[in-house]
Design a protein around this ligand. Structure first.
Ligand code: DGL
Length: 270
């Protein structure tokens, strides 16, 4: 049975747009309702109880938009608050487990790096899953909180020296570990892909958004809930509109940002 309702996607801010972009590209007939909690970003440096509360509010907001599926496009929520997505009336998709499967398939030497937020690294969510799949794997984790702020500010181009130095600062310890695969364990980080590849040449970078998007597509097909009619417009909701918002969204989404419809919402009051 076809289902024309939108897919709900949320993140602490604009980083989840890297996931939305992958979903838009693999599932071009689907409409998206995106919520970016730009007023409360970052999540990744906050305590687990706060992240859980925020995740529950974000999900409640999206359910109110009558979505057919919810994607937690946030590594931090997926790592420490995936419980918030249990027992929903619609499928809930997190971003960690699918990226781990892709990393396990990609690695040749079994040495995998994880670059994520402090909360995600502290949870060892990727590491625990990798070790279940590949007991002999060696996993190296690094928290890179400043990269989240740089991405939200739109400071991530290949020519941006601040971004380059920050990437090098965080990956310095991992550089000589011999990893052949690195999971970009925060959905803000794919925008630093070029800088990371320059610093770690030859290392396969796993984009959690792409891994999750493949699973979203598979789930829509399996449950017969693809949209077979005309796609509606995408809607974006944010809890704050930073000054650089329009520019940053356009950089994140590229041509998908045409006719952007954005509204401000206070999810705590909903
Ligand atoms: N983009 C999010 C993640 O994947 C959160 C970054 C943050 O809010 O700290 O972890």
């Amino acid at each position: 049975m076809a289902d024309s309702r939108a897919i709900g996607i949320f993140d602490s801010g604009l980083g989840g747009l890297t996931v939305a972009k992958q979903i838009m590209s693999l599932c071009p007939d689907e409409s998206i309702v995106y919520f970016g909690d730009t007023g409360r970003v970052p999540y990744g440096t906050k305590g687990v109880d706060t992240i859980r509360k925020y995740a529950a509010e974000d999900i409640r907001f999206l359910l109110g938009k009558d979505v057919k599926m919810i994607v937690a496009a946030c590594g931090t929520v997926s790592a420490v608050a995936a419980d918030a997505g249990k027992d929903l009336s619609v499928p809930f998709i997190e971003v960690i487990s699918h990226s781990v499967k892709d990393a396990a398939a990609a690695t040749v030497n079994g040495k995998i790096g994880v670059l994520a937020t402090p909360a995600t690294v502290k949870s060892h969510a990727h590491k625990n899953l990798i070790e279940k799949l590949m007991p002999k794997a060696q996993v190296f984790e690094t928290a890179a909180p400043l990269l989240v702020s740089l991405a939200e500010e739109g400071l991530y181009g290949k020519k941006n020296e601040i971004a380059r130095l920050t990437v090098e600062h965080y990956l310095n310890g991992m550089k000589n570990m011999g990893i052949d695969t690195l999971i970009l364990g925060c959905t803000h980080f794919p925008v630093f892909r070029e800088l990371i590849s320059d610093y770690l040449p030859g290392v396969t970078l796993i984009d959690m958004g792409l891994s999750a998007a493949k699973y979203v597509k598979e789930t829509l097909e399996k449950t017969g809930s693809r949209n077979t009619g005309e796609a509606h417009a995408h809607y974006f909701y944010v809890s704050d509109k930073p000054v650089t918002f329009e520019k940053t969204v356009k950089i994140f989404l590229g041509e998908n940002a045409e006719d952007l419809k954005t509204d401000l919402v206070d999810v705590e009051k909903i």
